[in-house]
Design a protein around this ligand. Structure first.
Ligand code: ATP
Length: 201
């Protein structure tokens, strides 16, 4: 079973594109979902975070107070480092487990790992190919603002912390141009799927 990594900046269209692959019967795992799952109540991850930062980092219902955690690591790079050292290996292990054990048997020769930080973290070591979902920066900003009701400044701050568009594109085995009508994006996904079926046969 091969693993194809799908990445792109905020609002580039990763979720949109992966749904199209899903409709073709390709199993996929979203690293953002897994990152949330490993700190759900009852996990070793959440217990370690509560021990390190104190119980103030939890909400009244025992779930992680994400805003409080974001604030703590935003203010302090050492704390950010501590958190990344704790979570990155756990996330990676869970990603591998979910990629290998789809709920519905995967009849395709590959599965997709969707991750905004595929190239920024060691997650890229898990994949055989890198697909980048690409749109110009102004489209990223427009679409994210419309989707999340975020301000331009908020979106630009997140983009500044992510890899630059040119560097991401230079590391791609394939680029999906998502500055196109959805029908055209579907065509690009079908072509890429056929290419992978050929390459992984
Ligand atoms: P994030 O990294 O923030 O999770 P994402 O890369 O998964 O974002 P999507 O949520 O798929 O991005 O897309 C961002 C927004 O742009 C969504 O509201 C989506 O409906 C819209 N969108 C995606 N692709 C297109 C397209 N080809 N044409 C028009 N709108 C699109």
């Amino acid at each position: 079973m091969k693993i194809v990594g799908l990445t792109g900046g905020i609002g580039s269209g990763k979720s949109t594109v992966v749904r199209i692959f899903g409709d073709l019967g390709v199993h996929w795992v979203d690293a953002d979902d897994v990152a949330r799952e490993v700190v759900e109540p009852g996990t070793a991850g959440l217990a370690a975070i509560a021990e390190h930062f104190g119980r103030d980092i939890l909400q009244a219902d025992g779930a992680l107070d994400r805003a409080a955690l974001r604030q703590r690591v935003f203010e302090n790079p050492e704390e950010r480092n501590w958190l990344e050292c704790l979570l990155h290996p756990v996330i990676r292990e869970e990603l591998v487990r979910q990629l290998k054990s789809p709920e519905v048997p995967n009849s395709q020769p590959y599965a997709l790992l969707v991750s905004p930080l595929l190239l920024e973290t060691d997650q890229h070591e898990l994949v055989d190919r890198v697909v980048v979902v690409d749109v110009p920066e102004h489209i990223q900003i427009e679409r994210t603002m419309a989707r999340d009701d975020n301000s331009r400044v908020q979106v630009e701050r997140i983009m500044a912390a992510q890899m630059a568009r040119d560097e991401r594109r230079s590391r791609a085995d394939a680029v999906i141009d998502n500055n196109r009508p959805l029908q055209d994006v579907e065509r690009q996904v079908c072509e890429l799927h056929n290419r992978f079926l050929f390459e992984f046969r």
